[in-house]
Design a protein around this ligand. Structure first.
Ligand SMILES: Nc1ncnc2c1ncn2[C@@H]1O[C@H](COP(=O)(O)OP(=O)(O)OP(=O)(O)O)[C@@H](O)[C@H]1O
Ligand SMILES: [Mg+2]
Length: 241
């Protein structure tokens, strides 16, 4: 079986800094994989390289067996990869529904099709009842869910989520976790950047750990939290899973 996504020896430097250094990993379909590591480890840069938002210095990215590195973000999106941004930024003068429709115009020109899928996306993240609200009326958890809905409206096979649960209370994050689990049950594959280890342990089938741009560990959540390199560089000596 081919992997949905395969990242091979991915490298990106900024001047003298190697932000992503020879990173390889692959994603199997219908699973949640977590990408973790300390601040500045290269997680967002990795997302940008996969999504076509940044050019690679070297290395390859295969999606469904096709090389996609250095393609334009809109082409990568049309192939089936969607992403959310670490900083949420809804379009303020538009309603929740209109925001969720934007993603649909990557694959249709029909306003009716866009509206239909936008409702579906809002439904799947639990925001359908706020479809006609203005985005400035949304709470932070709802704004995060709207980012996911916008991404889902592009009809992705792979969703890249950059700290979607940051700033949320545990009960709010638990709601997001349920949404993610439901999405994967319906066949979506998710690559998740997440700092809260409790959440990583709960949702991820595989964890990839970056440190100073390099992959230092990969495995099941239980294996990764027991790894001495991960404990030293990221979780700290006092960490207990
Ligand atoms: N456009 C850029 N130009 C120069 N340096 C950059 C750029 N983008 C990222 N970097 C640097 O690359 C390194 C990796 O950054 P990145 O944002 O990928 O880390 P991260 O793992 O997402 O961190 P965080 O957990 O804080 O979000 C950092 O040292 C950062 O300062
Ligand atoms: Mg980041």
């Amino acid at each position: 079986m081919t992997n949905l996504l395969e990242v091979r020896n991915l490298t990106r430097s900024f001047g003298g800094l190697i932000a992503v250094n020879d990173v390889s990993f692959s994603l199997r379909g219908g699973r949640i994989t977590a990408l973790i590591g300390p601040n500045g480890a290269g997680k967002t840069t990795c997302f940008n390289l996969v999504a076509g938002a940044l050019r690679t210095t070297s290395g390859q990215v295969f999606f469904e067996g096709r090389a996609i590195e250095n393609r334009r973000p809109e082409d990568v999106c049309r192939m089936g990869i969607a992403r959310t941004f670490q900083i949420v930024r809804p379009m303020r003068d538009m309603t929740v529904l209109e925001n969720a429709m934007v993603g649909a115009f990557s694959w249709t020109r029909s306003v009716n099709d866009a509206r239909d899928i936008a409702y579906d996306s809002l439904e799947s993240v639990g925001l359908a009842n706020k479809a006609h609200a203005k985005t400035d009326q949304l709470t932070l958890p709802d704004r995060k869910m709207l980012e996911m809905a916008k991404a889902l409206s592009t009809r992705p096979k792979l969703l890249l989520l950059d700290e979607v649960m940051a700033g949320l209370r545990p009960t709010e994050a638990a709601g997001v976790v349920r949404v993610l689990q439901k999405l994967t049950e319906n066949g979506l594959t998710i690559l998740l950047v997440e700092h809260v280890m409790r959440i990583v342990m709960e949702v991820a089938s595989t964890v990839v750990v970056l440190h100073h741009g390099a992959k230092i560990a990969e495995g099941s959540p239980a294996d990764v939290v027991a790894d001495s390199k991960v404990l030293e560089s990221y979780l700290g000596a006092g960490f207990h899973a």
